[in-house]
Design a protein around this ligand. Structure first.
Ligand code: MG
Ligand code: ZN
Length: 220
């Protein structure tokens, strides 16, 4: 008899989902909201977190797991911005975070009293869509300096996200990026997307993002 073989990659994903389930249960039980930030490199995930820590750091207890292929630069930036709990994860080549990496960090962190856990994923819109990290929501960032066909090129990532942030809107007059078209295409893929348009540089639009986070942290 030939045993039916489950492809190894499939097994890896099954194991990842199992671990993510454990993480989700733990965070939910503790009333911690967790947001997995995904985007291409350079869309402004770290900038958004810097601004968020700067504005809400005294009101909301936040922790950040900052994933990068190499360097702890982002984590250092977030600590400089006032982040009290910032944990770098250098994947050493891997182009995404997986649940095991997140679980390892959570074992080291003091989760008591934490309101929101941000997970800054590696800048990549492809495979992070396959790896559940146990988060409540994925937050996808696009910026107006990128191509405006991102939703069409990476539909899975938009489908699995709950929130879309359009960043760098202060540059909209200098770019070909059609904000309305991106929103339309993204909503066609995922009608439930909550959308924020903002600029981390000028601060425009950040308040509604902050307000949303405040509400979220009050009613996890
Ligand atoms: Mg970053
Ligand atoms: Zn990857």
């Amino acid at each position: 008899m030939i045993a039916r073989k489950i492809p190894i990659q499939k097994k890896v994903l099954i194991e990842n989902d199992r671990l993510a389930g454990v993480i989700r249960a733990e965070l939910t039980e503790r009333g911690i909201i967790s947001l997995n930030l995904v985007s291409s490199p350079g869309s402004g995930k770290t900038s958004l977190l810097e601004k968020t820590i700067g504005a809400l750091g005294t009101e909301i207890n936040m922790a950040v797991i900052a994933g990068d292929v190499q360097t702890e630069n982002d984590a250092d930036r977030l600590k400089r911005a006032g982040g009290k709990i910032v944990w770098p994860v250098v994947t050493g080549g891997a182009c995404h975070l997986d649940a095991r990496m997140v679980g390892r960090v959570l074992d080291e962190l003091n989760l008591n009293g934490l309101d929101i856990l941000f997970i800054e994923n590696v800048g990549n819109l492809v495979c992070p869509s396959n790896y559940d990290l146990g988060e409540d929501m994925k937050v996808i960032l696009v910026s107006v300096t990128e191509g405006d066909d991102k939703p069409l090129k990476y539909p899975a990532m938009f489908r699995k996200s709950s929130v879309m942030i359009i960043n760098k809107i202060d540059l909209r007059d200098y770019c070909e990026f059609d904000i309305e078209r991106v929103k339309e295409n993204a909503l066609r893929i995922n009608g439930g997307l909550r959308i924020f348009e903002l600029s981390c540089r000028t601060g425009e639009g950040l308040d509604s993002w902050f307000d949303w986070l405040k509400k979220l942290s009050r009613n996890p």
